[in-house]
Structure formats: structure tokens, C-alpha cells
Write a protein that binds this ligand. Structure first.
Ligand SMILES: [Zn+2]
Ligand SMILES: [Zn+2]
Length: 303
């Protein structure tokens, strides 16, 4: 039987990459401390900042929100109803009931009201659903945060997500993307600062935190994420991790420590300008979101 290294009680969690056995209480503490350390390491925000957590109803975003509340940060939730059938319905209910349980505000934007739901949007845009969805989410998150006095947008991207993206960008030597792969995107020209406080926490760790905190979360992945290449990269990295615990964390952390500073030196910032239609910052005259909206209204006019 493994014993908690803090208190000697029966351990409920073993973390091979950290060689740590912990009981429930000390695991929850460990997780919160790790989130706090990451926030400090990357100077993400402080306790005076109003933080908006992008909530999907999944384990990562709810664990993040819970942890920020435990740590005493001023954090509200933001949920976008993407209109993806039962998946959206269920994830909304879980996000809502969590917000009630912790007594925090959950702001909700619905694509049914604002434009059209994601499944319908796919008819107007040939890009993969996840790219379209990303454009829409980024737009509403940024706009909402700005209009409602939130200084920070926090997302639940975990170590597995970040390592998979890093792996893909490295395989393809996508230098422009690598230059921007950092857990903090600074505020600039109308963009709100975006942070990823779970970037050093694995998917398993965030799932365990959710379970041990008694958080009800949606276990299904979004139906459109199926077949995404990032899933292959995650599986491959999981195999390496299995053989040699700590590989993922080392791959990602050492990139940030050794490679990112070199890449950053040669960063040419894209020039941002206010979108001619909505005024949100964009690299083009018309932003990706308004482009999408135009395509939808053009097709609707023809129909
Ligand atoms: Zn303990
Ligand atoms: Zn626009």
C-alpha cells in the first residue's frame, strides 16, 4: 500500500512523473499549489485582477475554475452555447449547476441568438469545425471580457493539449506558431490577455482533481473533435510517457525554457488594426469572425 508522503495516510493518487503518492486532501492541495506556481512563474495575473474562465463543462475548465476559487482569485465563468445538440445541452447544464454550487457568476452567450449554431456554420465554411469554432469562441470571449471589465481570459488547456500542439508544430517546423506557443498571450491593441494556468498539469491530473473535488463534468468529447490529428499525437505522447514518466512535461517545459526565448528574439509582430465592421483587432481589414458572418448572410440571401 502506498502512503501519502505528507501525512502517512493511505494514498489515493500516485503521480509517476513526480514520484508522488498523496491522499485526497493532499492531492487537492498539491494541485492548487501547482496552479498557483504556474500563475506566478509566467506572471499571469494577481488577486486584484478580474478573471474570466472559459468554461466548456469539461474536467479541465471546471477544475481550473474551482482551483482559482480555492486560491482566492476573483474568477467568473463564461460559457458559449455552441448549439451542438445533446453535447451542448448537457455541458451547459453541468457548467450551470457548478456555478450555482460555488456561488459564482456564469455568463452565457448563445450562438442560437447571436448567429447560427456550429453544425449549421459548417455549411458556410470549408475549414474543419474546430477552426470555425475557435474563431467564434475567440471573438465572443474577447469582446465580452472587454465590455465587462475582465482583464484576463483563462482557458483550461492542459499539458497534454500543449504538448500535442508543440509536437505537431515541431514535426512541421511551424516556426510562426512555435513563436507564439507560450502560456500567456499579452494584452495588446484591443486583445485581452489570455492565460493557460493548467499548462503544466496533465489531463489525468485534472480529471483526478475534478473527481476528488466532487465536480460533475461532461465526459464526452465534442462530437466534431473526432478524427482530429491532435488525438493521434496525444496517443503517441501517452505511449512515450508510459515508458518514461515525465517525458511530456520535460518536452513542454524545456521548450519554454530553452527554445522559446530564442524564437521570441526574431518575432515580427503582425500589425493589428481594428476590423472595419466590428472594431475588434485583426491582422486584416475585416476580421475572421466578420468574414464568417458575411459568408453566412450571403448564403442565406441566396437560399
Ligand atoms: Zn495526506
Ligand atoms: Zn470584425
Amino acid at each position: 500500500m502506498r502512503k501519502c508522503i505528507k501525512c502517512g495516510e493511505k494514498a489515493q493518487v500516485y503521480l509517476p512523473q513526480h514520484r508522488l503518492s498523496l491522499c485526497k486532501q493532499h492531492y487537492l492541495e498539491w494541485f492548487d499549489n501547482r496552479v498557483e506556481k504556474t500563475i506566478k512563474e509566467f506572471k499571469m495575473f494577481n488577486r486584484k485582477d478580474k478573471v474570466l474562465v472559459a468554461v466548456s463543462g469539461g474536467k479541465d475548465s471546471l477544475s481550473l475554475w474551482k482551483s482559482l476559487i480555492n486560491l482566492g482569485y476573483d474568477a467568473d465563468g463564461f460559457y458559449i452555447n455552441l448549439g451542438i445538440g445533446e453535447y451542448s445541452q448537457k455541458s451547459y447544464e453541468l457548467a450551470k449547476s457548478f456555478s450555482e454550487k460555488v456561488g459564482k457568476t456564469l455568463h452565457v452567450v448563445s450562438l442560437y441568438k447571436e448567429m447560427v449554431p456550429i453544425p449549421e456554420m459548417r455549411k458556410y465554411d470549408s475549414r474543419p469545425a474546430c477552426s470555425v469554432c475557435g474563431t467564434v469562441k475567440r471573438y465572443y470571449m474577447n469582446k465580452f471580457a472587454k465590455e465587462n471589465g475582465y482583464k484576463i481570459i483563462a482557458t483550461g488547456h492542459n499539458l497534454d493539449d500543449e504538448a500535442a500542439v508543440l509536437f505537431s508544430n515541431t514535426l512541421n517546423w511551424s516556426v510562426e506558431y512555435l513563436k507564439r506557443q507560450y502560456p500567456v498571450l499579452p494584452e495588446e491593441d484591443g486583445f485581452i490577455r489570455k492565460v493557460k494556468p493548467l499548462c503544466k498539469i496533465s489531463e489525468k491530473e485534472s480529471a483526478m482533481y475534478a473527481v476528488l473535488s466532487g465536480i460533475d463534468y461532461i465526459e464526452e468529447e465534442c462530437p466534431f473533435s473526432e478524427g482530429a490529428t491532435s488525438i493521434d499525437y496525444k496517443m503517441f505522447l501517452a505511449q512515450l510517457e508510459e515508458k518514461s514518466p515525465g517525458t511530456k512535461l520535460r518536452f513542454y517545459s524545456e521548450f519554454l525554457r530553452k527554445m522559446y526565448p530564442i524564437l521570441k528574439q526574431s518575432e515580427e509582430k503582425p500589425k493589428l488594426q481594428p476590423c472595419k465592421i466590428c472594431g475588434e483587432p485583426s491582422t486584416n481589414e475585416i476580421c475572421a469572425f466578420c468574414n464568417l458572418k458575411m459568408k453566412i448572410s450571403q448564403k442565406e440571401a441566396k437560399a
